[in-house]
Design a protein around this ligand. Structure first.
Ligand SMILES: Nc1ncnc2c1ncn2[C@@H]1O[C@H](COP(=O)(O)OP(=O)(O)O)[C@@H](O)[C@H]1O
Ligand SMILES: [Mg+2]
Length: 415
């Protein structure tokens, strides 16, 4: 019992220690487990957050992509609208000479079909080789072509184009394409030409009118003295000389008077006048013209000088009559009116021999004549009168075989 009593507390202590150790181990185990659970729980939260963040980033990227696509589409639409809506013609040609774009203005200005292809520039623009040449030149060089005036041949409308060609280059400066922009300069160039002509005619008038007056005075004196000499009272060779002097001074006097009539500044009596009435009067007043001349088509009212306009059309019909007189066919002259836009065109066609190639360049110059008794002032007067009325006169060949003269005048609209 003694032993029991001494071993008892020892055993009790041991049991206590073991119990405490057990408690400690249990506590530790419980902690470890809870730590592990927590850790596990933490793991799950992070990956959820990670996937959320990823999802968000993906959504953002998708939204950005959508925005960019919308922006690209909008800018493409805008570019398309600009190209479509440009009033200037635009042709884009790649570096191999293949046409990429022809905008509606280009088709309208150049009169190309709506389904104009995208072949080689020389094919697509075969109607306007001068323009294709300028694009070809730009493709061969690196320098841009700025505001060049290109004249289209063969009486084409438009007759003049203002052309600018610039290059499109890649990121490394390599040539990729050329952009050709052009506008119809016909009206501007014609206006410039008219102004130049008007100025030239005014200068010519100022310069020569004084001189011609001096000539006329001198000629009158010579002619007067010539008349004082009585040819019958002169010996034979002198008589012929005096007659020669008289004839030449008379002829020269007429030339000078004609020239003065042409060169002197006109006093215009401008008023709205009916062009058909003017043309009809001009034909009626010319001996022999009514029988061989037909007047047809549509005419209009122009603001002009009745007398001067009649003189201009009379000169044209007289030339046709004179030209036909030399031919073998029965003379046929057609004066045709036509209205186009805000202009009236009057075309005089004849079936005479047509314009001599040598005369073509000088037709409208004073004293240019191929006729033995011609003054060479008829067409110079026509041009002066028409230009003074802000019109244009051009000459060419008539489908009837002879010559064609075409007058264009602006229509007068009552305001
Ligand atoms: N209808 C026509 N047919 C052929 N040639 C023409 C015609 N009209 C004008 N010409 C040419 O233009 C030239 C100049 O004409 P113009 O100025 O009227 O002077 P002119 O009649 O006095 O010769 C003429 O000499 C002629 O060679
Ligand atoms: Mg004449």
């Amino acid at each position: 019992m003694q032993t029991l009593t001494t071993a008892g507390p020892a055993l009790l202590g041991l049991a206590l220690i073991i119990a405490m150790l057990l408690v400690v181990v249990v506590v530790m185990l419980v902690r470890a487990a809870s730590v592990r659970t927590r850790a596990r729980k933490g793991d799950g939260g992070d990956s959820a957050m990670l996937s959320m963040a990823l999802q968000e980033a993906v959504n953002k990227l998708k939204a950005q992509e959508r925005q960019m696509a919308a922006r690209a589409e909008a800018s493409e639409r805008l570019a398309g609208q600009i190209v479509e809506g440009l009033t200037s013609g635009m042709v884009v040609v790649d570096r191999d000479g293949a046409v990429q774009t022809v905008n509606p203005a280009a088709r309208r200005i150049l009169g190309l079909d709506a389904d104009v292809g995208t072949g080689l520039v020389s094919d697509v623009l075969r109607r306007v080789p001068a323009l294709a040449d300028v694009i070809g030149e730009a493709l061969r060089t690196t320098a841009p072509i700025v505001r060049r005036t290109v004249t289209l041949e063969g009486g084409a409308r438009p007759a003049h184009l203002g052309v600018t060609v610039s290059h499109i280059t890649g990121a490394h400066g390599e040539k990729q394409a050329v952009v050709c922009l052009f506008t119809d300069l016909t009206a501007v160039v014609e206006l410039e030409e008219r102004l130049r002509l008007k100025e030239a005619l005014a200068r010519l008038g100022e310069l020569t009118a004084g001189l011609a007056h001096e000539f006329r005075n001198g000629l009158a004196t010579i002619h007067g003295y010539g008349r004082l000499l009585d040819p019958d009272a002169l010996p034979e060779p002198a008589r012929t000389y005096v007659e020669g002097i008289r004839a030449e001074t008379t002829a020269l006097g007429e030339v000078v008077a004609n020239f003065l009539r042409f060169a002197r500044p006109e006093q215009f009596a401008m008023a709205p006048v009916d062009l058909r009435a003017i043309v009809t009067r001009a034909i009626a007043d010319l001996p022999g013209a009514t029988q061989v001349t037909t007047c047809e088509g549509e005419f209009a009212t122009v603001n002009g000088d009745d007398v001067l306009l009649r003189q201009a059309f009379s000169n044209l019909v007289r030339n046709s009559l004179e030209a036909c007189a030399g031919g073998t066919a029965v003379p046929a002259i057609v004066v045709r009116g036509a209205i186009e836009g805000s202009d009236v065109f009057v075309t005089v066609d004849d079936n005479g021999p047509g314009l001599a190639p040598a005369a073509l360049n000088r037709l409208f110059q004073p004293f240019a004549t191929t006729k033995a008794a011609g003054t060479g002032l008829g067409l110079a007067i026509v041009q002066k009168v028409i230009v003074s009325h802000n019109g244009v006169v051009v000459a060419g060949a008539s489908p009837a075989g002879g010559a064609r003269f075409q007058v264009r005048l602006p229509i007068h609209y009552a305001s």
